[in-house]
Design a protein around this ligand. Structure first.
Ligand SMILES: Nc1ncnc2c1ncn2[C@@H]1O[C@H](COP(=O)(O)OP(=O)(O)OP(=O)(O)O)[C@@H](O)[C@H]1O
Ligand SMILES: [Mg+2]
Length: 263
């Protein structure tokens, strides 16, 4: 049964999409079966996976509105090695369209239910907003991975996100928890980075991934070729960091499974 993780932070440009694409490809490299869901009308994860967002027959929008089933919208990312549910600007309308349907918060969760056992991991790339799309992602997920830059304002936004996660856990999805916090575009030469890192460690303890993602130009270049960094330049520091993150995530999963009581 797949673990479903939303990659979320309402702050823009913190590395959500970069994390989603590169973590997906790294999990594939460790022989996991992965589905990436692009839930952002910007369609960046779609383009970064090598699929043209302008030429979609079906997209996640059609799945959410019931126009097609999930399998009909799926595409394979050649370079990433994972399945993709693509998105484009059409998804902007979903915010309004969903207002009229019943159980609007659970559309994605219900759509995923029949295919969850076909994957080991399902990663959802969220838009930079605490919108109905993000709520759908959080209701469908077991955990939230929060990418963030170590800057002062990052901490401010974080409490809003944590509050939203807690509210959704209480009202709609009791399974939901914070899976981990990921430091992105990390530059240890800046003293603020180290201060913020120490605060995150204090607040979130083991939830803070030990792996940090360095600022690395290969990570920024790879999407314009529709590739994860692992295909574009597998020796790059960025590609290696995301492989390490996949390893840490899988190890945590195993440790959690050991801790859980046997049924
Ligand atoms: N570790 C990194 N090193 C260098 N550049 C990076 C790194 N991570 C992300 N970037 C670049 O920073 C920009 C923002 O990253 P990304 O698109 O992943 O963020 P996002 O949180 O998904 O943004 P949005 O909120 O708009 O969806 C992109 O141009 C990306 O290529
Ligand atoms: Mg993004």
């Amino acid at each position: 049964m797949a673990k479903v993780f939303a990659i979320a932070n309402q702050k823009g440009g913190v590395g959500k999409t970069t994390t989603c694409v590169n973590l997906a490809a790294s999990l594939v490299a460790t022989k996991r079966r992965v589905l990436l869901i692009d839930l952002d009308p910007q369609g960046n994860a779609t383009m970064g996976s090598g699929v043209d967002k302008h030429a979609l027959e079906n997209s996640i929008y059609d799945v959410l509105t019931g126009e097609c089933n999930l399998v009909e919208a799926m595409q394979f990312s050649e370079h990433g090695g994972y399945q993709l549910l693509p998105a484009n600007r059409d998804l902007t309308a979903a915010e309004v369209d969903l207002l009229e349907v019943k159980m609007k918060e659970s559309r994605l969760r219900n759509a995923l239910a029949p295919i969850r056992e076909n994957y080991d991991y399902i990663l959802i790339d969220c838009p930079p907003a605490l919108s109905m799309l993000t709520v759908n992602a959080l209701v469908a997920s077991d955990g939230v991975i929060i990418p963030m830059q170590c800057e002062y304002y990052a901490l401010e936004g974080l409490s809003d996100l944590v509050n939203s996660i807690q509210r959704i856990a209480k009202l709609l999805n009791p399974e939901l928890r914070i899976e981990g916090l990921l430091r992105t575009m990390y530059d240890p030469r800046m003293s603020l980075t180290n201060d913020v890192s120490a605060q995150l460690k204090e607040h979130f303890g083991d939830k803070l991934y030990q792996t940090v993602i360095p600022r690395n130009v290969r990570l920024a270049e790879a999407p314009s070729f529709g590739m994860p960094a692992l295909s574009y330049d597998k020796q790059s520091r960025g590609a290696i960091a995301y492989l390490a993150l996949a390893g840490e995530l899988v190890r945590r999963q195993r440790a959690n499974a050991r801790k859980a009581p046997a049924l």
